[in-house]
Write a protein that binds this ligand. Structure first.
Ligand SMILES: [Zn+2]
Length: 264
């Protein structure tokens, strides 16, 4: 006998409408361990999307506290958070639980440099919501070595960029960087002689581009976890022109993250 479905039954399932997309693997989404590095503008949007999409196991890492200028781009922060004494990561976790109490979200106050390949191996996918090149390269190299897919996002004003790195086959973040990036980094490091403190210029940023880029990052995570092919390899978004383009890259034979390519 056919199952009786009463009007309104399907609306009791929070994710009923998402389940109507045939290729989305909601069980995989629910079970996947996701690391989000950075609880700033992109991290806020990414965690909001992860929670609403149905992700259940999220770890968010950030070392900063909220300042008032964050409030224009961070959907999970509230006026007053800047004087709460709480870290960005724990506030994001707290508010994500309000969006969906079934989410298991862990917050860590710390630096990305504290995570090596052994820690990366615990995750099924990693989202980079960072604002500096040094932290990105650390995350990129360690996730590549741990063979964990990494989706990097970045914005500058009305422009944005998302790169999907799926080891061991795709190029990585470092493959697309030319020597000038490294010269800039070397110069910054030499100011203090340490790798922990260096001048980070404030970038122009606004919420609409932030929302687009973080949404693309989470979408790529859903695709990879559902067994779909990720973008190959970098999406450039131009909010002024209203366009986005995907560019393919090659593995740089000089990139240290691909030892097998150097042997061939
Ligand atoms: Zn590479």
């Amino acid at each position: 006998m056919a199952e009786m479905i009463r009007p309104g039954d399907r609306d009791e399932d929070r994710h009923d409408r998402t389940r109507l997309i045939p290729w989305v693997d909601m069980e995989r989404v629910r079970s996947a361990n996701v690391l989000v590095v950075g609880a700033g503008a992109l991290g806020n949007e990414a965690v909001k999307d992860l929670a609403l999409f149905g992700f259940r196991n999220v770890h968010i890492l950030d070392m900063d506290s909220v300042v008032r200028s964050n409030l224009s781009r961070c959907v999970l922060f509230r006026e007053g958070d800047q004087s709460s004494g709480k870290g960005k990561a724990s506030l994001v976790a707290e508010r994500a639980r309000e969006l969906d109490p079934e989410i298991h979200i862990k917050a860590t106050e710390g630096k990305v440099q504290s995570l090596g390949p052994e820690e990366m191996e615990r995750y099924d996918i990693i989202l980079g919501c960072l604002d500096n090149v040094a932290a990105r390269l650390h995350l990129n190299a360690n996730s590549y070595h741990a063979r964990v897919p990494y989706v990097d996002g970045g914005t500058a004003g009305f422009r944005g960029r998302v790169q999907a790195v799926v080891p061991p086959l795709t190029p990585c973040l470092q493959c697309g960087m030319n020597r000038s990036h490294f010269k800039v980094m070397e110069r910054r490091f030499s100011c203090t002689g340490q790798d922990t403190v260096y001048y980070q210029p404030k970038m122009a940023a606004e919420i609409t581009t932030t929302s687009v880029i973080a949404a693309v990052q989470v979408r790529e995570a859903v695709k990879v976890l559902s067994g779909r092919t990720a973008i190959a390899h970098v999406m450039h978004y131009d909010g002024l022109a209203g366009t986005s383009e995907v560019f393919a890259m090659d593995i740089d034979p000089g990139c240290p993250n691909h030892p097998s390519s150097k042997l061939s």
